[in-house]
Design a protein around this ligand. Structure first.
Ligand code: SD4
Length: 340
């Protein structure tokens, strides 16, 4: 027994001091390695958690990660890609968010500009584009040949299926929406089934802690495929898509945003950690709260405590990948958690 204790003590001094926080560190939803690596480079060079989150998520926006982040993905019913993003500073509890952003590729940077250059927290739609233009962001189409073809197939070959309408006539299961053939649009009536799958929902969510112990969190997404124009999901909503508080840590969520935003899962995970839960238990609680009401929802939460402990939980798929980078690794590492 004495030997074991002595061994542990030596290990503590040799490798890490036992009570040293494991920082800096970054954790990212899904298998977005390049973004995580970029965020890590920023942190390792002494950059701030906010810079790491902004620059890391920007990589996904440029590389159009999985077609679910950035331009040219998830066209809405009109065939247009619009973007949602959020960035939160756990030191100041300041937030910048943008929803249904049109014609600007750099959604998380626009969100950062809202945080840094306005007293507001959240701008949306065409007028968010106006803000971005005034801040010097280029205005350009977010449609690509790929997103155009995706939309054309949905619209022409698949007769606008699936779609997000419910209890309307004409029957949205058979009929191709108000933007094509109907002059009068939909009216209240029957129901429709929306197919939500992994490829509909793959937001990048990121939480980072820098060398000063400051926590930043953020998200970026092009939302749900074939959404009703104007729809904003969970990703840009503070407490839903992400949340950060220097006193505790941070969390971020991904999945079926229409359902998830009703439960503020990132806020809940942070509050659970504040009450002493481990990051894994906190993420599990946040996911379980949603599943209680919506057993068929698909989603996941990653949580990072201020001392660098982390965890994740998920629901509705078999397993969920997330990426971590801290001082113990040369490369960003993908980990998996089994889902409930
Ligand atoms: C949304 N939640 O707009 C987003 C999509 C996604 O994780 O994957 N988010 O519903």
């Amino acid at each position: 027994m004495k030997k074991l204790l002595f061994g542990l003590l030596i290990a503590c001094f040799q490798y890490v001091k036992c009570d040293d926080p494991n920082i800096p560190i970054v954790i990212t939803t899904w298998n977005f390695l390049n973004s995580t690596t970029k965020a890590w480079e920023v942190l390792n060079a002494g950059g701030s958690a906010l810079d790491a989150v902004e620059q890391g998520a920007s990589v996904c926006e440029e590389q159009q990660c999985d077609g679910t982040v950035g331009y040219g993905g998830s066209p809405d019913e009109n065939g247009e890609t619009t973007l949602d993003a959020l960035i939160m500073d756990g030191k100041t509890m300041n937030v910048g968010a943008v929803g249904a952003l049109r014609q600007v590729k750099n959604a998380i940077s626009v969100a950062r500009h809202i945080l840094e250059h306005s007293y507001h927290s959240f701008l949306v739609g065409e007028l968010a584009t106006q803000f971005a233009e005034e801040m010097g962001f280029p205005i350009e189409s977010l449609t690509t040949p790929k997103s155009k073809n995706l939309w054309k197939k949905w619209h022409n070959e698949d007769n606008c299926q699936p779609n997000f309408w419910m209890k309307v006539t004409p029957d949205p299961k058979k009929y191709c929406g108000p933007y094509s053939k109907s002059e009068k649009g939909y009216h209240q009536a029957s129901t429709s089934d929306v197919k939500v799958d992994r490829y509909n929902h793959d937001t990048i969510g990121m939480v980072a802690i820098d060398k000063n112990g400051d926590v930043g969190a953020g998200t970026s997404t092009n939302g749900a495929k074939f959404k009703i124009p104007g729809r904003i999901g969970d990703s840009p909503i503070p407490g839903a898509g992400a949340y950060a508080d220097n006193a505790v840590g941070g969390a971020s969520a991904t999945g079926d945003g229409d359902v998830m935003l009703r439960f503020l899962p990132s806020f809940l995970a942070v509050e659970e950690m504040r009450r002493g839960a481990s990051p894994t238990a906190a993420a599990e609680t946040a996911v379980a709260r949603i599943a209680e009401h919506y057993p068929d929802f698909m989603g996941a939460v990653v949580a990072l405590a201020k001392d660098g402990r982390y965890g994740a939980a998920c629901h509705g798929i078999h397993q969920f990948p997330f990426v971590v980078h801290d001082l113990t690794q040369d490369k960003s590492r993908t980990e998996h958690v089994l889902c409930s």
